[in-house]
Design a protein around this ligand. Sequence first.
Ligand SMILES: [Zn+2]
Length: 272
Amino acid sequence: MKHILTVDFEEWFCVSNFEKAIGRESWASLESRIEAQTRALLDLFDRRQTHATFFILGWVGERHPALLKEIALRGHELASHGYAHDLVHRLTPEAFREDLERGLRAVEEATGQRCAGYRAPSFSLRRSDTWAWETLAAAGIRYDSSVFPVIHDRYGEPEAPRAPFTVSVGDRAIREFPLSTVRVGGRHLPVAGGGYLRLYPLGVTRWAIRRLEAEGLSAIVYLHPWEVDPEQPIPPAHWLRVWRHRVGMKTLINKLDSLLTTFSFVPFREIL
Ligand SMILES: [Zn+2]
């Protein structure tokens, strides 16, 4: 059974969780830490002979074209995480089209490759946002991994399917890979990515991935380069937001190493 390994490539200060504490206008003046963070992940992936899909945030990609090239040269797939990390459902259709195109261009200019995949900032793409799916299809996007069938304060569509499905857009189609959940007590429990991966003991994540395998579903593991860097600055945000951002950071790389040893992971391009 092949599972999917994904990295949302963005700086520690780009996260929606800190959008009130860190204004967009200050991004350019904050310390970039993504080179060392990404290399820690790339080195681990090399050691475990595993390739991932990197969803590149264009704003960050524009500032690190050599790193994008290195990610591609080391065998990984590059896809798009948009440009400026605005939640899709807060944008007008025109602003979304511009954000998407600018994000795709950042990857194309660095690597010469056009992205086939997209992941919305903070999983903010809903099945009902037809205009956004039309924009993705028109831009040549063939797959997406943004729909999260859970209840959460910022994202989530609890009624969405848990298994991959196809969204038809005129004469085109986009294959959707919802983020991983397991059914517990009639509800969907988010598993195998980001804060959930950091928060749950490794045994819980292993159990969840085996549950998915029993259902014939690939786990979609997602993480961010900043999640393996406990030394990063702490912004003046509410303690709960800081906790959410930092919980389990110190042990994530070891958890990930163990998962890569136990299960088999591939980038999206290999299962499409
Ligand atoms: Zn993101």
